[in-house]
Design a protein around this ligand. Sequence first.
Ligand SMILES: [Mg+2]
Length: 381
Amino acid sequence: MRITDVSVVIHERAPSMAAFGPRGAKVPLGVLRVITDEGIEGNAFLSSPGPGAEALARQVIGVIKPWLVGADPLDIGAHARRMDGLRHYLTPHAIGVTDVALWDIAGKAAGLPVHRLLGTCREKLPAYLSTAHHQTAGDYADEARYWQGQGWQGYKLHPPRGPWLPPGASPPVSFDIAACEAVRAAVGDSMTLMLDSSWAYSYPEALRVGRAIEDLGFHWYEDPLPDRDIHGYTRLARHLSIPLLATEITPGGLEALPPWITSGATDFLRGDVVIKGGITGLVKIAHLAEAFGMNCEIHDSYNALNNVAALHVALAVHNCEWFEVLPFNPTGAPGLEHWNYGLATPMEIDGSGYVRVPPGPGLGARIDWDLINSSVAGVIS
Ligand SMILES: [Mg+2]
């Protein structure tokens, strides 16, 4: 089998449903099409955050396509190594989405879901609801209670803060503690709770909040300190018993992670298929974590089709316990429409809070081409 063409359809999506970035603007969604001479097509979605769909498409078409066309799509390891060698020309996103599309081809060629090629461990995983930024502690409590009522077993708060926000835009950390207390009081002890503080605390703040959520029986404490502060995380780990979860956006590839393990700076590794080298890269990170008896808790992969790809990985490793779901509906109303945007076969969460991949070979999810073609801003090829 040979690759005959690579292109990206830019779909003009409106309005933006970003929960952490600017709202209201049009946000393009790119559909990567890797075409082969056997009539099999591999796909991935290109989106923000990162450089955005159009800039990513130009990287894929300008830097990867020239040598990928004519190659065997099943030489995924060789292609991954070559893309890794082009890291100074490419953002991680361009590498990740290309790798996802190649795995989609591999699965379709074999007539098997991707997780079966990787080595299936299980068919489903519990999902946790991962929040947008809310204004009051009660907003979080109400939302957690709603999803608990839908059968979900896990809920993770994102307090309204992040290093990308202007100074003074966030409430004091006492807000975060109050929100965590309100959620625990609302859902009782049966729901698993996590806190993701988006790299936003000083060390004293991180210690204060960490002690509070330890007392509330939270399951993990995600990204309390700036993303590269390995010394701060190591110090924090010595003073807290709650597991720390870092490395979601750690720059670099696989080789950037061992210092986080050996220094005890994090209790889990973290990754997604977009910025950690695609399915190939994420599997390597999960296996690295396994060698140290650690979980690799897989991160939301920024759009619907990449989340499907991430779930295939999660089903094919032992050491991922939870699957992150960020619904982000612009109206604030509960629902998974945004999370599944662009898919004709959406991922669904069952009444016990478990998520499965859509059935079928490759990634399994069918793209909603009627929706994509209803608003095409252009094709980059
Ligand atoms: Mg996070």
